[in-house]
Design a protein around this ligand. Structure first.
Ligand SMILES: C[S@@+](CC[C@H](N)C(=O)[O-])C[C@H]1O[C@@H](n2cnc3c(N)ncnc32)[C@H](O)[C@@H]1O
Length: 266
């Protein structure tokens, strides 16, 4: 982990595409380099719905945080694998509903660190913090989180589009378990994850291309593997679905090849 004096600038590589920046490109953002746009366009050429996946994932984030900060009454959010700031970041959605919400963001990409200030625009009643840390090291994250969150009170743990960068499924499960063990009953886990089981023509080919040309390497998971992350939690309705369909069943909803679900700790 680094302190606030490290802006991440010296660690930024512009010779290889980075996920946070390419994701930003697919979302229509400007915080990316030529290499990110080139690789992003190549992936889109192979897997035309990827831009829709990125937008559906962000829309899922909005619906989930609205529900958790609203009817579910959660006031603390831990957003691991935050991504570059965009419209309606977790703290903006949560604090619009419940201004006293506290949000901790975690990412390990140096460019996200350089833009972290945009994530720290809290309401006066609430609080936001950014932690530059690797999801493979949940103990580091949990130690740092305690500066801002009260781990005796419910926390919404959000890991959207990030466990796919933990290639070993057992390790990914143990990261989720470690974090969920540290939060009390009444806490929530929100996940999205790419899959090859929901269509998404060209997805497998695009992932193989990504793994040869960009960083960090990615993997897809099956419904059974995705369900395993929620072991011991009660899934909220409608369970495990394409993230585009989670509480958005409109006739015009176009399904994407990205699972989304939310579980509650008993
Ligand atoms: C696909 S983006 C998703 C961003 C956001 N959660 C969303 O759903 O729009 C994945 C993010 O996870 C971050 N990430 C990837 N591997 C990570 C790791 N090992 N530790 C922390 N962050 C990581 C990337 O830098 C990127 O910002």
């Amino acid at each position: 982990m680094t302190g606030p004096e490290d802006t991440g600038q010296g660690r930024i590589r512009t010779d290889i595409a980075h996920n946070a920046r390419v994701w930003n490109y697919w979302l229509g953002g400007k915080d990316n380099y030529l290499i990110d746009r080139q690789v992003g366009d190549m992936v889109t050429g192979m897997y035309p719905s990827i831009g829709h996946v990125a937008r559906a994932d962000r829309a899922f984030l909005g619906r989930v945080v609205n529900h958790l900060a609203g009817p579910a009454g959660v006031r603390q959010f831990l957003d691991i694998g935050t991504g570059l700031p965009t419209v309606d970041n977790t703290h903006e959605v949560a604090q619009r509903v419940a201004p006293a919400s506290r949000i901790v963001y975690v990412d390990n990409d140096p460019i996200v660190l350089t833009h972290a200030r945009a994530l720290l625009t809290s309401t006066p009643e609430g609080r936001t913090e950014y932690i530059d840390a690797d999801a493979h090291r949940p103990d580091d994250i949990l130690r740092a989180v305690e500066r801002t969150l009260d781990l005796s009170q419910p926390v919404a743990v959000m890991m959207l589009g990030i466990l796919n960068f933990v290639l070993d499924t057992d390790q990914a499960r143990s990261i989720v378990r470690r974090v969920m063990d540290a939060v009390p009953s009444g806490s929530y886990l929100a996940l999205t994850h790419p899959t090859l089981e929901l269509g998404g023509e060209g997805n497998a080919e695009a992932m193989a291309f990504w793994n040869e040309n960009a960083t960090p390497p990615i993997t897809a998971r099956t419904r059974a593997e995705f369900a395993g992350f929620f072991e011991g939690l009660d899934l909220l309705e409608p369970g495990i679905v394409s993230c585009a369909r989670w509480r958005d069943g409109g006739a015009t909803t176009v399904e994407v090849a990205q699972f989304g679900a939310v579980g509650r700790k008993r």
